[in-house]
Design a protein around this ligand. Structure first.
Ligand SMILES: [Zn+2]
Length: 177
C-alpha cells in the first residue's frame, strides 16, 4: 500500500491525547467553535495518529477528516456519508432503549478492532454492530468478525456481533432476539 496524500476518509470520532471526541455527540455551536479550542491542533485520527480537522457537510453533518496535505501511510476504511449517517441513527435508536447505551466507532483499547456501533447494557452485555450498505462477501464478514473472536484477553471480552443490512432483516447470527 502506498502513501496517499490527504485522503478523504471521513470519521465520526477523533482523539485528543487518547480521549474520544465524538462528532455525533456535539451540538452545532461547540462543533463550530471547536477550531478555536486550545487543543484543536492535537486532534488525531485513531488509525494513523495524524492530525484531524473537523468537517461540516452541506447537510450540516459533522465529521472528522485528515488535516490537509498530510501524508498518511494508513489505508483508512472508506465510508460514505450515508454509511456514517446509518451508524449515528443506529446509535440513537439503541440509546432510546432502556438499559442500553451506544457509541459509534468504538475502538478496542489496543485497537484490535473498531466497531461501527458498540452497545453496552447495564448488566455488562455488549453487542457490536457492523453497518453494511453494499454487498459484502461471506468471507469478508467472517474475516472481519474473526478479529472479535480472536479477542480473548481478560477484561476486554468478546462482544456479540451483528450485521445490519438496510432493507433486510438484521442478520441474527448469534441467535439473539
Ligand atoms: Zn490517516
Amino acid at each position: 500500500m502506498g502513501v496517499v496524500l490527504g485522503g478523504s476518509s471521513l470519521q465520526l470520532v477523533a482523539y485528543v491525547n487518547g480521549e474520544r471526541v465524538d462528532a455525533t455527540e456535539m451540538a452545532h455551536r461547540p462543533w463550530r467553535d471547536l477550531v478555536k479550542h486550545p487543543r484543536y491542533a492535537e486532534l488525531v485520527l485513531i488509525e494513523c495518529g495524524l492530525r484531524a480537522k473537523r468537517v461540516t457537510s452541506h447537510m450540516g453533518r459533522q465529521y472528522f477528516a485528515h488535516y490537509p496535505s498530510l501524508e498518511c501511510p494508513v489505508v483508512h476504511k472508506s465510508e460514505s456519508p450515508q454509511h456514517l449517517a446509518m451508524k449515528q441513527a443506529l446509535k440513537d435508536r439503541i440509546n432510546a432503549v432502556p438499559g442500553w447505551t451506544a457509541e459509534v466507532e468504538a475502538a478496542h483499547p489496543e485497537r484490535a478492532w473498531t466497531a461501527d456501533v458498540l452497545a453496552t447494557n447495564t448488566d455488562g452485555r455488549r453487542l457490536t454492530f457492523e453497518v453494511q450498505l453494499s454487498q459484502q462477501t461471506e468471507e469478508e464478514f467472517v474475516r472481519r468478525s474473526q478479529r472479535y473472536v480472536d479477542d480473548h484477553r481478560p477484561g476486554v471480552g468478546c462482544p456479540q456481533r451483528l450485521r445490519l443490512v438496510p432493507g433486510a432483516a438484521a442478520d441474527d447470527r448469534n441467535g439473539l432476539r
